[in-house]
Write a new protein. Structure first.
Length: 443
């Protein structure tokens, strides 16, 4: 579909199907397992279900073999289209950051999960880069409230160094599916530590992270931290960053910034753009997580059944579905009408509507200045892949928004209608989403 546009539009994919996926949360466990267990589940009737046994160790040989087939299918599509369709890949959110901070959780710290994440990510990056060097690859790097502490960052640098993949990377994606604020970029990444510049707007700290010795209290400063740590920690690697702005339009809506599931009071953030706080470091703001798709289920699903993938974090005091008159949340990835209407009602789509950092809708920018399309044969490491492109609007997402527009009213409806034309990423979180006809697949 993107290839049929004139010129072909840039498509952004999220690769998200590692064995033992999302080891520190239960809401987004995937279809590929290192070890499997079966149990009876009541779904209106008793059914035998298979799920991942995160407690078992081992080498994850079967799971990795299955994952390699998944990546090989992606490669087959890229080889067909990547020379003509500009393509960005974000590799495996919530994987490697867990190995830096959650090793005490046996679901993450066991030998099978560690092997799956390290070998799986390395295979994905190396195989894709070799087969389709035109593709720009970004690794997930969590967010500033996760890896922003200096010791966490040092551990993450060591993890990435051990994979031997940085020669294939454009850089990192941050805040994927997160709510961390963009904020204002400081002169240095640690400008706000030790209460050094309390009056500087760039030191605004709604999550109170600097008081806990985390210098990355906003995603702009986290980008600075990533650039410095990796440039110094891995010779010759100077990473660039893309930041997910799909749901960070409101900066101070949480009682506890550790909460991540279907946050009440959140709003959609800046539209995708290359007009960032520092284009030398930050390639783009982009809607990576699909606004309106659930982070995880309430304990009781909308149909009244108990959710088999319920995570207690989705029952936090900040999570939709726990307050009076709030409908329960569906499972992760499913459309949550109540949430998208809230995100639209609180939207900050442009700087003029309240976001601190500069940004311009890239589609409007390109039309206005008549930028030429960058030759796709230029190496993906040396060129910002987003510059000079029109972005592909995910038709699946537009259709989902249409479901909510039909029952919305007033300004919320108008914002949802505007969002229908906003580009967003497409998640490759199931094998069935890769091959096949129709706009529901990568191909």
């Amino acid at each position: 579909d993107a290839a049929a546009k004139s010129p072909p539009q840039l498509v952004t994919f999220i690769v998200y199907n590692l064995p033992n996926r999302d080891c520190h949360a239960k809401a987004s466990s995937g279809e590929i397992c290192c070890n499997k267990e079966t149990h009876w589940q009541w779904n209106g009737k008793w059914e035998l279900e298979t799920k991942c046994d995160y407690s078992a160790g081992g080498t994850c040989a079967d799971g990795l073999a299955e994952y390699r087939e998944f990546i090989d299918d992606i490669v087959s599509v890229l080889q067909k289209y990547a020379s003509s369709v500009p393509t960005v890949l974000v590799i495996e959110p919530d994987s490697l950051p867990n190995l830096s901070t959650n090793m005490a959780d046996p679901r993450c710290g066991n030998s099978a999960t560690q092997t799956a994440y390290k070998q799986g990510v390395a295979y994905a990056v190396k195989t894709i880069a070799t087969a389709a060097p035109e593709v720009a690859i970004y690794l997930d790097a969590g967010h500033g409230g996760w890896l922003g502490w200096k010791n966490n960052m040092q551990d993450y640098v060591a993890t990435i160094r051990s994979l031997g993949v940085t020669q294939h990377l454009r850089g990192f994606a941050t805040n994927v599916a997160g709510y961390q604020p963009l904020g204002t970029m400081c002169p240095t990444y640690d400008w706000c530590l030790n209460n050094a510049h309390p009056e500087d707007p760039c030191c605004a700290d709604p999550c109170h992270l600097t008081s806990e010795w985390d210098p990355s209290q906003n995603e702009h400063n986290y980008a600075l931290h990533l650039r410095k740590a990796f440039s110094e920690g891995i010779a010759g690697f100077v990473p660039h960053v893309i930041i997910d702005t799909g749901r960070n339009g409101v900066v101070d809506m949480r009682h506890d910034c550790k909460n991540w599931c279907n946050i009440r009071g959140a709003g959609v953030g800046l539209k995708p753009t290359t007009e960032t706080a520092d284009p030398e470091i930050i390639d783009a703001y982009f809607w990576l997580k699909t606004p309106g798709e659930s982070d995880g289920c309430s304990q009781t699903l909308p149909d009244g059944m108990q959710c088999p993938r319920y995570d207690a974090d989705c029952g936090s005091g900040d999570s939709l579905g726990t307050g009076p008159n709030e409908p329960p949340a569906p499972e992760a990835g499913q459309w949550y009408d109540y949430q998208i209407k809230q995100l639209a009602a609180n939207a900050r789509l442009s700087p003029s509507s309240g976001v601190e950092s500069a940004g311009t809708n890239i589609i409007e920018l390109n039309s206005a200045v008549g930028m030429s399309i960058v030759n796709t044969t230029l190496h993906a490491l040396s060129v910002n892949p987003f510059v000079g492109r029109s972005f592909y609007v995910n038709p699946v997402y537009s259709k989902e928004l249409g479901l909510s527009i039909s029952s919305a009213e007033g300004q919320t409806k108008a914002t949802l209608e505007e969002m229908q034309d906003v580009p967003s990423a497409y998640w490759l979180d199931k094998k069935a989403k890769i091959l096949g006809e129709g706009t529901g697949t990568m191909e």
